[in-house]
Design a protein around this ligand. Sequence first.
Ligand SMILES: [Zn+2]
Length: 288
Amino acid sequence: MWRIDIGNWIIDSYVTDRGLPVINAVDPHQHQFAAKLLGREEEIVAFLEDAFGPYPFESVGAIVDDYRGLAFAMEMQTRPVYGSGSFKWGWKQSWGPYLVAHELAHMWFGDLVAVNQWKDIWLNEGLASYAEWLWSDHVGEGTPQEILEATYAAIPADDPFWDVVIGDPGAPEMFRSAVYTRGAMTVQALRNAVGGAAFWQILDEWLDLNAWATGSTEEFMALAEQVSGQDLDGFFQIWLFTPEKPPESAVLSTRASALRAGGIWVRPETASWMASWLRLVELRTRGG
Ligand SMILES: [Zn+2]
């Protein structure tokens, strides 16, 4: 995806310890808010490389635009664009690294491997959102399993959130928050279903097989079955193609179920983390 941005920029550039050139172009009006957060790009890229493999492009960075018509962030190859307000307000400062982790995770999921058709969009947004959950674990703010359970507990069964069929949402629903959040839930549930070793192998092979090309939901499901040796038809039917809240058994990992025979219990700090996260996702799902 290409974009030309013309304006008055403050350019920050450097080379990371791993040898990757970083080029940030920041509108002067955004600089005081953006500079501190963009200062963590090196750390975030290194974290994502440890999770997903070598960074696929020859440089990384950001364009931070003050243009008011750009209300969201978007994962342009090597240079995500962050609209006005991405970093500006105080409550978003703490979310800044999550937004950067999300957009940079798209360098793997979305830019290295693009979607075959738009109906496969959960592969982009679910996996980029899942990268935020991994980042949360990394910074000690809640594990992916805790976030899965907290999200599940926070959204009642009659909430329209569950009506979106994220495996084929249709054009009007394509960037609804469910595509992001239920997408990330699906990824963690898959990790529970197949186990950690098979899970990371699925992601590795997915990126290898489809690098510089596209992938579809059908191909992802087939790969997950092949790597894990499991029949996952029922699993994907529940998570991707059924417009209702999955049963609690689909959310609890075996280990978690054994530990918590009484069902889902959410740590208070994770619950408040989740409330903010859901609000953020809702606010920014006008793109990116
Ligand atoms: Zn995204």
